[in-house]
Design a protein around this ligand. Sequence first.
Ligand code: ADP
Length: 671
Amino acid sequence: MINFFTKESKLIVIFFLTVIILGSVLVYLSINNISTYRELTEKKISEEQRDLAKQFSTDFQNKMEELVATFERLIKKDSLINKHWFKNTDAIPEIKQAIVMNKNGVFLWPHFTFANSSVKKENSPLIYLNKIKIAQQNEFVVKDYNTAEANYLSALKTAKNASDSTYVFNAVSRLYLKLGMNEKAFKMYSKILLEFSYTTNASGFPYAYFSVNQLLKINDPSKNIEIQKLLKLFLSDLSDGKIPLNYSTSDLLARILEWTAQIEKNKDILKIEELVHHVSDYLTLINNYKTPIEEFLNGENLKAVDFPIGNYNMLKPVSGITDEVLLFNKTGLNPVGFTIDLEELFDLVKQQQIKNQTRFENQIELVNYNGQNYLSNSDLINFSEFSPIFNSHQIKISLKNEDIVNEYVLKRKMLYGIGFVLLLGVMSFGLILLVQNVKREKQMERLRADFVSNVTHELKTPLTSIQMFADSILLGRIKSDIDLNRYAKVIVKESEKLKRMINNILEFSRKENDKLIYQIKETNLTDLVNITIEEMNYWLEISNFKVIIEIEQDVWAKVDPEGLKQALSNLISNAIKYSVDTKKLIIRLIKKETKIFIEIEDFGIGIPKDKLERIFEKFYRVNLKENETTSGTGLGLTVTKDIIKAQNGKLLVESTLGKGSKFTIVLNLIS
Ligand code: ADP
């Protein structure tokens, strides 16, 4: 029966099974690992986003506290009364506008008056009041403008304060307009704006407002440049708080814009429009927070007391806009407050956040809270509230690179892929080695089998001749002493041959069992080589060898003499065995610098190039037609090489097929 499962196929099957099982386990593990890895990465991102949101919220709160502290310092330094202190708030971009009030709830900054609220009525002289009364009668009832003018002017002489005088200037200007005397009216209004612009009437209403209103009505293009100058002056005073704002300011501003719209743009017009917008902002501020502040001061605005920052409470504007609040402090001598711009503050805190080191890059955006944002929290986007003060907004934290998880997973997959390919590579390499090993084993087995039959044959030949010659001697068949001597010599030489062969086998077996011991000593190589040649001489002679000997005298080396002798006789014996036609042998012993060379050169069958390495392997014999009949063990060169190696030497071979071989033993000279 054919043994289908040979030893080698069994091994290969086991190996393949191991590879398949191991590979499957690995693939299974890596697939599992990759899906867990995705989950873990996503979890890590979500965690980071949550941390980032928390951090943002804290930073935002801190920033507001910092702002309040900065604002407080500013107020203290500038002691509030200084009307210019508010300009310093411009240096803090997160502070949009500031508000300062007095104890009675009057707006000091922006300067805003409600008629009758803050202006003390001056006591005008009776005579002045009478003249004014007559003038008004003539102007509005009788419509006798000349008499009216005369009375106004005589009232002016009795006026005791700026308010009374300005009243007359204003009234007379009005009369000039009614009389069509535009030039005179213009001059008079200019005078009011240039000299009495801060003067108010008995109700606290600034005369400048009337003047501006009337000037805008003068339809005379030649006056435009002068009017622009006067408007600039008036608006600057309004914006600096020198002329107070009131409920009619916004109408007047609208009229100014109507007027500028008709005129070709120039530097002054642009400046005027800029100032109008500036003042409009103050009016918006007052509009937005006047009522909330009043309610708060009266203790009615309950929401404001939630989430205080120090002494500051949060007031929301009436306009309903959500990206601004007023932080207001009513506890001080002067109630004060400032509005903050959410966008500015958000950007500032965001800058701080960007510096935070996180593994994944996230972006933070400000979004309006629409009540649904939480639903999306699963898609690696985090929506969170960051401040109870701005509860209509949320921050949205999302990955800068949405594909980052896929990229990470892909990288991991590639890593596994490479690992897997490597593993397969290593396994395949192992398989190749295994197959090679099995092959070598088989070859060895064959060589061993050959060896046994070779050895038997090798032993048999000399033993047969020993027995034959010994028998002849015993049976007394030898006729002369010369023959006896010849027969005895054959017995000795054949025994030596046997001894050499057995020594080779023993040497090899000792080497295999690590029991080889050499006795290294200083040896005269000249003598050693000569003795060996002499011992081999019998064989050389009966084989008809021509031997050329070139030996240097007195060459010494540290070697094991017995071993070296065996090596030499192995090489000479091979030269004899593997020479067929040309039976010539050259033996050299040469000293060169620190080295000694012993060369055994024959002109025999030679060795094929590709077998040169292999001849030193155990049991190996070259398969050539020429040496078919030559027997051997395949151990001679193995043992020879081992012996030379043990003497710290080298065994080299040069050979040409059909021409001959040269074996060289290289040894170290004794220094
Ligand atoms: P063997 O007992 O076969 O001679 P060796 O180990 O001494 O074993 O040599 C191995 C083989 O190397 C030999 O079988 C032979 O084929 C080859 N070989 C050795 N020496 C020579 C030589 N001088 N010329 C040609 N072939 C040689």
